[in-house]
Design a binder for this molecule. Structure first.
Ligand SMILES: Nc1ncnc2c1ncn2[C@@H]1O[C@H](COP(=O)(O)OP(=O)(O)OP(=O)(O)O)[C@@H](O)[C@H]1O
Length: 229
């Protein structure tokens, strides 16, 4: 089942084109890993798909199976976000914001949903703690629970393991893998090539012609290039 199709997309800022000729498709249950050098346009691509940034050219087509509001997003964390003054429960619950529309309060059902996601990720005991007092790994679990409140279909994650130690990183990857096995579509920007072992597809952003392929074929053709870089 198709979710998103990208055709001849160009990304950029002001008069500068960062990357063009981007073509790929995301289908239900894919695990797409987006890789590329610093500045290749990975974060810009995610923001453009989410409409947080205007595209320069091309098409981003959403199928009837997916609304833009049904995407769960886990942004690259900034120092300011790490210091966010709210409780864990409040941060997770804010994942429901897109469903509030003009309603100024959360329903009991939405609150229960937030609690279920915290339970699923093993962070219920942290719910009344301040988000900024948590470790990096705990913060990422909170943000993942928040993204899961927004969507049970697809998650877009922008370098989610930056700054996490190797063990916490592997735990986080394990969480994503089990979500993917349960039917969740995963799209992840990563500098960590070890994550390719979980991926079904790879998008390699390069200035001239970005490459999109099934993972096995990609490793066969471009393994040397990316691992020797
Ligand atoms: N707000 C902005 N205004 C102007 N240029 C920007 C802006 N944000 C990013 N850029 C430029 O666009 C290019 C792509 O940036 P982007 O953050 O998408 O790359 P990336 O592949 O995610 O890099 P990294 O791996 O370092 O996170 C870079 O040259 C960057 O300097």
């Amino acid at each position: 089942m198709s979710y998103i199709k990208i055709e001849d997309l160009s990304l950029g800022y002001d008069s500068e084109i960062v990357c063009s000729n981007i073509n790929f498709e995301i289908n239900k249950n894919d695990y797409l890993c987006i890789i590329g050098e610093n500045g290749a346009g990975k974060s810009t691509l995610i923001k453009t798909i989410l409409d947080l940034k205007e595209k320069k050219a091309g098409k981003i087509l959403f199928s009837e199976n997916l609304k833009k509001s049904e995407i769960g997003y886990l942004p690259q964390q900034t120092v300011v976000q790490k210091d966010f003054p709210a409780t864990v429960y409040e941060v997770v619950l804010s994942g429901m914001l897109s469903q509030l529309k003009y309603r100024p309060f959360y329903t009991k059902k939405e609150k229960n949903h937030a609690k279920q996601e915290m339970e699923k990720l093993g962070i219920t005991h942290l719910q009344n703690k301040s988000y900024r007092q948590l470790s990096g790994g705990q913060q990422q679990r909170v943000l993942l629970a928040r993204a899961l409140c927004a969507s049970d279909k697809i998650l877009l994650l922008d370098e989610p393991v930056t700054g996490l130690d190797p063990q916490v990183t592997q735990e986080f990857y394990g969480l994503l893998k089990s979500l993917n096995e349960q039917g969740m579509t995963i799209v992840m920007v990563s500098h960590d090539l070890s994550v390719l072992k979980y991926a079904t597809h790879v998008l390699y952003l390069k200035k001239k012609v970005p490459i999109f392929m099934e993972k096995e074929m990609f490793i066969e053709r471009y393994g040397k290039e990316i691992y020797n870089d």
